[in-house]
Ligand binder design. Structure first.
Ligand SMILES: [Zn+2]
Length: 268
């Protein structure tokens, strides 16, 4: 007698719907979860940035210091730039950081604030500034980013991942190193509002340092004379914005009655 297997009427292992539909639901679901996490991480940046303790921030700085080591240079102007920052901290600002200036061997005309109170000053910027006041305004602008914790927000969603990796794996972890390598400080984007706040902080600090605000807008004006905006990092996004920033600084100086004195030359 021939054996004929009876077909199962019901089978819990076989769903009544088509496998293709299941796949679509599964992929769609995973995608939705992914998008959800991405959006939540965006919100988490603003939530986390003001709450990161200085101790934790110093740990976050370690992977960044690894990555900039190759490009820092023992520039003869480092002690001078460092002394300008130290002077601002002792007389005009009271930020909870021990600031350290690193000169970056790059033609890029930029400066940047990184976690833990490290300030990157690019060689290209030092070649462009024409007075001490101009340089101090730029440094004070960077201090403004520290004051408002923009330097942490500027890391974006990477900040959330980096904080998690440092908290869970310690400051010397591979994930942190990889994440920090992905950050290009030259192109680190801040919003117009963040830049305006840092400019305000910079102007007030410049007034405190010299008793007048000469040099606050000279750096911006150079850009107006036909420089390529791409080279100027977060200082100059575009011509109209650049013009707006000059006007904002001039209005602020007028409102506060800040005088314009004579410029202090750079050391020879
Ligand atoms: Zn800025």
């Amino acid at each position: 007698m021939k054996y004929t297997p009876r077909r199962l009427k019901t089978n819990v292992n076989v769903t009544p719907t088509s496998p293709l539909k299941d796949l679509v639901v599964l992929v769609g679901g995973l995608l939705a979860i992914g998008v959800g996490i991405y959006v939540l991480m965006g919100f988490a940046v603003d939530l986390i940035a003001p709450r990161i303790s200085l101790g934790l921030e110093k740990k976050l700085a370690i992977p960044f210091l690894h990555t900039i080591k190759k490009s820092t240079t023992a520039h003869k102007q480092q002690p001078y730039v460092q002394s300008l920052i130290d002077d601002l901290q002792s007389r005009c600002t009271d930020l909870p950081y021990e600031f350290k200036v690193h000169i970056i061997d790059s033609k890029s005309v930029n400066a940047a604030a990184m976690p833990g109170g490290h300030i990157l000053v690019y060689k290209g910027l030092l070649e462009q500034v024409s007075s001490e006041n101009e340089l101090v305004f730029i440094l004070a602008h960077e201090l403004g980013h520290f004051a408002h914790r923009d330097h942490l927000r500027g890391l974006g969603r990477g900040l959330v991942l980096l904080t998690m990796s440092v908290v869970l794996l310690g400051s010397d972890n591979l994930v942190g190193d990889l994440l920090s390598r992905g950050v290009n400080f030259t192109e680190m984007g801040f919003s117009r509002k963040q830049e305006a706040r840092a400019d305000t902080f910079g102007l007030e600090t410049l007034q405190c340092a010299y008793g007048h605000v000469a040099g606050a807008t000279t750096f911006f004006s150079k850009m107006s004379k036909g420089q390529d905006s791409g080279r100027w990092g977060h200082y100059f996004a575009s011509h109209p914005e650049n013009r707006q920033r000059i006007e904002h600084l001039e209005q602020l100086a007028k409102d506060h009655g800040y005088p314009v004195g004579s410029l202090t030359p750079l050391p020879q």
